[in-house]
Write a protein that binds this ligand. Sequence first.
Ligand code: GLN
Length: 478
Amino acid sequence: MRYTSLDAIREEIGRGALTCQALVEQYLQNISEKRHLNAFLEVFEEEARQQAAEVDAKLQAGTAGKLAGMVIGIKDVLAYEGHTLQAASQILNGFKSLFTATAVQRLRAEDAIIIGRQNCDEFAMGGSNENSSFGPTLNDLDNTRVPGGSSGGSAAAVQANLCLASIGSDTGGSVRQPAAYCGVVGMKPTYSRISRYGLVAYASSFDQIGVMTHSVEDAALLLEVMAGQDEFDATVSQRPVPAYSQNLSFEGKARIGFIKDSFDSPGLNPEIKAATQAVLDALQAEGHTVEGVDFPFLDYIVPTYYILTTAEASSNLGRYDGVRYGFRSENATDLASMYKKTRAEGFGKEVQRRILLGTFVLSADYYDAYYTKAQQVRRLIKEKTDELLSQYDFLIVPTTPTTAFKIGENTKDPLAMYLEDIYTVQANLAGIPAISLPMGHDSQGLPIGVQVMTKAFGEEQLFAFSKHLMTHQPQETV
Ligand code: GLN
C-alpha cells in the first residue's frame, strides 16, 4: 500500500475497503520492515492501535474529527504527555513529558493517530541527521545517503511510507531541507503562526513547527488544525486562521521573483538549477510574470543565522545542568564539576560547538562585533526580503544547493554543512512562510526540491499556488 493523501484514505474508508485499525497495522508493518532506516526512536504500537479503534468507532458514529485516518509521526522535540522526549540527546536521558505540546494536542483533538517519535539531529542542530545520539537516519532511496536534517527521521518516515505525515521543527530549514532530500512536501509557516508550547527550544527568535506530507492538501489541512492563538504561548499570533484546505484553487496571474544571486551561486548543483529554471519557464509560459531580482545579502545569510542561533542556543540550553532534567554525570565530585561533567558527557560534539560559539559571540569583548552586528544584518535581510515581497507575490529559489549527500561526506567540515542551509535560512531570518515542493530527480535518481516563499501570513496563497505548481512536476520514469 502507498497512500499519498488523507483524501485517498478517507475515500477507501468511506467505501468500506479500509479501517483505521487496518491502516495502522500496515504502517506498523512498514515500520518494522524498514527498521534499518532508523527513522523512529520509539513506535507507539499499542497506543496507535487503540487510537485507531477509537477513531473507527467515531467514524461509524459520524462524530470523527477532520484528521480521522491521518497517521502521524512526531519529531523528538515535541512534548507528548507520558512519553519520552529527548531531542535525540543523551542529556535528556530518562526524561518524560509532563504535558502535551499544543500542536500535538490539536492534532489529537481532530482524531489524528500518533504512531511514534522520530529521530533527528540533537536539539535540531544539523542538516543531515548525523548529529543524533541514536545514530543517523538513512535515506530510503539510497541507504548510503542522508535524509537531510534536522527533521531527518520525520522526512524519511513520510518518504518510506511509515506514516502519512510528520510534524517537525524548522529553525533554519529543518523541515524544508529534509523534505527536499526525501522527495516530499515540507512547509514552514510564518514565525508565530503555530504555538511553540511544548516544543524544545533551539533558537527562539527562529523556531517554528512545520509539516511534512506527500500532498499540499494535507499540509494545508495540518496547518489549519495546528495554527492559531494559544494561552500557553505568548509569542503566538492572535490572527484568525484561514481554512487553508478549503481555498486551494489559485486564480489569476502571479508576479514571481527569482533571486538571481542564488541561481548564480557556484555551489549550486546544475541539475537543481535546471529543475528550478524549468518551473520558472513553465510559469512564464502560462502567463505569470517571472523576473530575476537582486538580493545583495546572500553571502551574509549563513553567518548571520549561525551567529544569532548559536547565541540563542547557548542561552536556551543553559537549563540542561544535571539538576532539572534527565541525565546527571556520575563522575562529579562537587557542584561545579557536576554541571561541567553533566554537560560534557550529555551533549554531543555539534551541540557543544554551538554552545561555545554562542557563548563567544555573546561575551563582553565580542558582543558588539558579532551579536549586535548580526542583529543589524538580520534587520537588513528582513527589510530587503519584505521589500521584494511587496513587489512580487512569490520568491522562488532552490531548497538546497545539492541533493542528498553521502553519510559522512560533510561531517569533518562543519562549514560545508552550514552552507547547505544557504537557501532555507532566509525565510527564518525574515520570519516568512516557505514551502519545499518535490520537483523531479537528478541523474542519480535523488529528489530535487524547489522552494517558494511569500509574505508573512500569506500561507493561504502559498498553498494554493503550491498546489498549482505540483502540476508542473516533471513526468519521469525513475
Ligand atoms: N541546518 C540548520 C542548523 O543546523 C537548520 C536546523 C533547524 O532548522 N533546526 O541550524
